[in-house]
Design a protein around this ligand. Structure first.
Ligand SMILES: [Zn+2]
Length: 383
């Protein structure tokens, strides 16, 4: 009996020594840094559900697998051995759709197979999406592409936004999480500059599909199919899953930091002045252990009329922003409608959406003003 117990303890000790159970020593942890693996080596495919995916519940997402319907065009958007970009974009879209639907988001694809869909048509799917609250427009449009270069070695991940950084704040907020996750999951190189790029670097009018979206929109160029080794990886649906998972992780991380918004601004007469007023929502969960703290960065709060900043006040208790303007500034003089711009960001530096409203003076005796939300600012199309 004693001998059996002794034998059991001995086996236990051997197992512990062999498998290294128990806390690791500092030396052991330090030794892991002696021969660090190369960045480009992929680890095993590991796809845990991100606990923050619950914050994606109810989102309306449009996924746009780039290209399609051009298989008959010789060499069109193909890698060195003929792998088509349209096909890899499609596989990533289908895998990402599954990940997002599992998270409780509503996903719409802009194409349903290998068919041609015009750029405007793709954008319109996002613009015209019916919302449960009766409104229209998706929460986010993501176009999925892969890049090509005459420089065969090029292989980095980039995420593109439309026009000026100032026009695309909510899109950039999501894009930065996705860009970092793409690089980390796909083990691509880094670009010469940051992985967030304006589509006006490429064309004066930007990318047609982003320019024509009236909702937050971004376009992933996840890696380069013109790179021989990368082209072979991109044929493999398991590698496409790595990419889809990277975008999913980026979206979960973004969603966890909240999407700020505000109530539809009201414009009311207060004596001779007009008062614009709105209540801010930082987009974060309301529950705060009974100790409500303000989570809006005050330095980010601004109200502009036609691009000119107005003096504004913020009442943290009611989260109300008010700004006054003289009635002459918005008289019904038959000129183009005025645009009010409202900006604020929460402590994650996530920016509000929508940011722009059309202010239409009503010529009636009450002197009322109509306020209607506008999409993000867009560049003029160029020929
Ligand atoms: Zn493309």
């Amino acid at each position: 009996m004693t001998r059996d117990i002794f034998r059991l303890v001995l086996v236990g000790l051997l197992v512990l020594t062999f498998y290294g159970c128990g806390p690791a020593s500092l030396d052991k942890a330090m030794s892991r840094l002696d021969n660090r693996p190369d960045w480009h080596r992929h680890g095993k495919l590991d796809l845990p559900r991100h606990p923050a995916e619950k914050h994606l519940q109810g989102w309306l997402i449009v996924l746009d697998p780039g290209h399609g319907g051009e298989a008959h065009k010789k060499g069109y958007k193909r890698g060195p051995t003929g792998v088509r970009e349209a096909d890899m974009n499609w596989r990533v879209a289908k895998l990402l759709e599954r990940l997002l639907v599992d998270a409780g988001a509503h996903v719409t694809l802009t194409r349903h197979g290998d068919e041609f869909v015009g750029l405007k048509e793709r954008a319109e799917i996002a613009n015209n999406l019916q919302r449960p609250d009766g409104g229209t427009g998706a929460d986010l449009f993501i176009s999925l592409h892969h890049n090509a270069s005459s420089r065969e070695s090029a292989n980095f991940s980039s995420v593109w936004y439309h026009g000026e950084a100032d026009w695309s704040e909510p899109s950039l907020d999501v894009a930065k999480y996705i860009a970092h996750r793409l690089g980390a999951q796909m083990r691509t190189n880094v670009a010469h500059t940051s992985p967030l790029m304006s589509d006006q670097l490429m064309y004066g009018g930007g990318f047609g599909v982003l320019r024509q979206c009236n909702v937050p929109a971004l376009l992933c160029e996840s890696s380069f199919f013109s790179n021989k080794a990368e082209e072979q990886r991109l044929r493999d649906a398991d590698y496409n899953l790595r990419e889809a998972y990277a975008i999913y992780l980026g979206m979960c991380e973004y969603a966890y930091g909240g999407r700020p918004t505000q109530t539809l601004p009201t414009v009311e007469r207060d004596g001779v002045t007009l008062r614009i007023s709105t209540v801010l929502d930082d987009g974060l969960d309301k529950e705060w252990w009974g100790h409500e703290r303000d989570r809006t960065l005050r330095s980010t709060i601004s109200v502009c009329l036609d691009g000119v900043r107005l003096a504004s006040q913020y009442d943290a208790a009611s989260k109300t922003v008010t700004a006054d303007l003289e009635p002459g500034r918005v008289s019904g003089d038959g000129q183009a409608p005025h645009v009010i711009t409202i900006h604020h960001a929460n402590k994650f530096k996530h920016h509000n959406y929508p940011q722009r409203y059309r202010l239409t003076p009503d010529s009636g005796p009450q002197g009322a003003y109509q306020v209607t939300p506008l999409g993000p600012e867009r560049a003029e199309p160029q020929s």
